[in-house]
Design a protein around this ligand. Structure first.
Ligand code: DGT
Ligand code: CA
Ligand code: CA
Ligand code: ZN
Length: 560
């Protein structure tokens, strides 16, 4: 994704928020938000291409974006930044806290940060205030806690693009990221970069425009905080110790402790410099040599969590993990018929360019009222898909939908309509706060619907923004296995849903999975790499993942 697009979109998004905070017209707020999304997802770099070519960008927005590209801001944004106190803006980051309440809290109580709000609630200063009942206050307190937690870690999408930017910005003989990012964790505390390079790389690093603050500077290690708030550690390592350093700094700590024990048992020593017997180097240059010397299979980084992988690797019993190249298609994507920003033709062309054997179009169904879907529109799209199919003899187009699972477990359309789709994803998009028992029932009823093939983003969490729903996942997964309903691994990095621990649990129950992008724009198709990371962390093989299967096998799973 072009950096200019991301930055311009972020500025427009901020403008939309400030505009809403100052009582701006809701329709215009939506149109700014939509344009911001469209710019972020636009496949061409808007610092080169005309921003007027982005869907949803009219003349007024285009002018703002052009000014932004010239000087990093625009007049109207500067105005609003001046008018809205920073304290009010900080407050609105608390989930469930709306702009009106934020302004009231700031003006009447002088509360100017989530932390100050937390203290005021704890001290009972807001008890009895109109509009702030005990339940509202409890929700706000929970929101503050969530916000604090999310402030410490970022999701893998943010970390990955930053790590790639850092690696690309430095002059080194060898450079790579290690740590939790290499293990493909869904959230990342800090980014660990290793390099084989002259010491001057440290100075080069500190001078980068993405560096906001240097936390520690040395010849071997430099730590900085970037403009996006994420910490990056850069370590320079000797070329001959590259493998040992990668092994050590990839972690996890628990995996390393287990590995080091293996070395000690043999009377050897393992460190970030190598595997040694006394002074003699047994292995150091590559990770492969180190694992081999310890008498184990090479352990892929996503498995290095001390979750049984050491024992399995010693016995030669590691599974053959599913790889990105194994995916033959995508079973959950959107177009501009609902909330996607690219046309059907463009999305399908982009899927084809990725070499897929099949590609499903699954726009939203009518119960998500905001999307204004109708049966007529769905049927018209089906005709367009059939027509488009003629252009792609090597790729099977599947016409599907993303249904909404109602609180009682039912979905938008009756059986005779559902029958006409090639694939039905069904997801929870509302009523997130049901009791565990009701929510479990809701998912089980959805699984039992013979037309529901895949449960989309099952926990519905949004990292740092929305907690997962509460359900008895053992019961849900048993129902999924029994009814032949796949669980989705939604690859959108802020969702990463199912998370890997639940994937592993589901696999234990015999569930199959679909690794989907849930794309709303062309660049999102590439997010499947994150879904593969989740699958690998859960020890999945290609056989566990329905969209690695040949079309015939997939179709008999979808419509047995
Ligand atoms: P994060 O940053 O919280 O997402 O998680 P990691 O795993 O990237 O942790 P981090 O950045 O503290 O350290 C990177 C790796 O370095 C870690 O996974 C293993 C290794 N490491 C760091 N400190 C120790 C230690 O005290 N003992 C051992 N065995 N390994 C360590
Ligand atoms: Ca780290
Ligand atoms: Ca670190
Ligand atoms: Zn959805």
């Amino acid at each position: 994704m072009a950096r200019a697009n991301e930055e311009a979109a972020a500025a427009l998004q901020e403008y939309a928020e400030l505009f809403a905070l100052t009582g701006g017209d809701a329709f215009r707020v939506r149109s700014y938000q939509k344009a911001a999304k469209a710019i972020a997802g636009f496949p061409e770099d808007i610092s080169v291409a005309d921003v007027r070519g982005v869907p949803g960008v009219g003349e007024a927005i285009a002018k703002k974006m052009e000014e932004f590209l010239l000087r990093g801001s625009f007049r109207q944004l500067d105005d609003l930044r001046g008018r809205v106190p920073e304290g009010v803006r900080r407050l609105t980051r608390v989930p469930t806290l709306g702009p009106k309440t934020a302004i009231m809290l700031f003006e009447e109580f002088g509360i100017d940060s989530p932390a100050a709000l937390g203290e005021a609630i704890a001290a009972g200063r807001l008890d009895g205030v109109r509009g702030l009942g005990p339940k509202t206050l409890a929700n706000l307190a929970k929101g503050i806690e969530q916000l604090e937690q999310s402030g410490r870690r970022v999701h893998i999408g943010v970390a990955m693009s930053l790590a790639e930017q850092v690696a690309g910005s430095l002059t080194a003989e060898r450079i790579a990221y290690a740590g939790s990012l290499r293990r493909m964790k869904d959230t990342i505390g800090d980014i660990d970069i290793l390099a084989v390079a002259p010491v001057s790389v440290m100075e080069e690093f500190r001078a980068q425009p993405y560096v906001a603050e240097v936390i520690a500077a040395g010849d071997k290690k430099t730590s900085v905080r970037t403009t996006s708030g994420v910490q990056v550690d850069l370590r320079v390592v000797p070329a001959g110790s590259w493998g040992a350093a990668m092994q050590y700094f990839t972690g996890s700590k628990e995996h390393n402790v287990a590995i080091r024990e293996m070395a000690v048992k043999k009377g050897w020593k393992l460190s970030e410099y190598g595997l040694f017997e006394g002074e003699r180097v047994i292995a150091a240059e590559s990770e492969e040599e180190i694992y081999a010397a310890l008498g184990m299979q090479f352990v892929p980084p996503p498995m290095r969590e001390d979750g049984g992988e050491v024992r399995a690797a010693l016995r030669g019993e590691l599974p053959e993990l599913v790889r990105l190249e194994d995916l033959r298609g995508d079973l959950h994507t959107h177009t501009d018929l609902t909330d996607g920003i690219a046309s059907l033709d463009d999305m399908v062309a982009a899927g084809h360019a990725r070499g897929y054997s099949y590609y499903a179009v699954t726009d939203h169904a009518p119960d998500l009222a905001m999307q204004r879907m109708t049966l007529d529109k769905a049927l018209q799209q089906r005709e367009r898909v059939a027509k488009l199919q003629e252009r792609y003899p090597g790729m099977r187009l599947l016409h599907g939908t993303e249904l909404n699972i109602a609180p009682d477990g039912s979905v938008d359309w009756p059986a005779e309509i559902l029958r006409g789709f090639d694939v039905c994803v069904a997801s929870v998009h509302s009523h997130f706060a049901m009791s565990r028992e009701e929510m479990t029932r809701r998912f089980i009823v959805a699984c039992e619907n013979p037309y529901v093939d895949i449960i989309g983003h099952p926990t519905t969490r949004k990292i740092g923004k929305r907690e997962p729903v509460d359900a008895d996942w053992d019961a849900v997964f048993r129902a999924a296995a029994r009814t032949g309903t796949a669980m989705e691994i939604d690859s959108f990095p802020d969702r990463s849903d199912l998370p890997s621990d639940l994937v592993r649990l589901a696999k234990h129950h015999g569930v199959k999975f679909s690794i989907d992008s849930d794309s709303h724009a062309i660049p999102h198709l590439a997010n499947q790499r994150f879904g593969i990371g989740i699958a690998q962390r859960a020890w999945l093989t290609a056989d566990d993942v329905i969209n690695t299967w040949p079309l015939e096998r997939l179709r008999s799973f979808l419509r047995p």
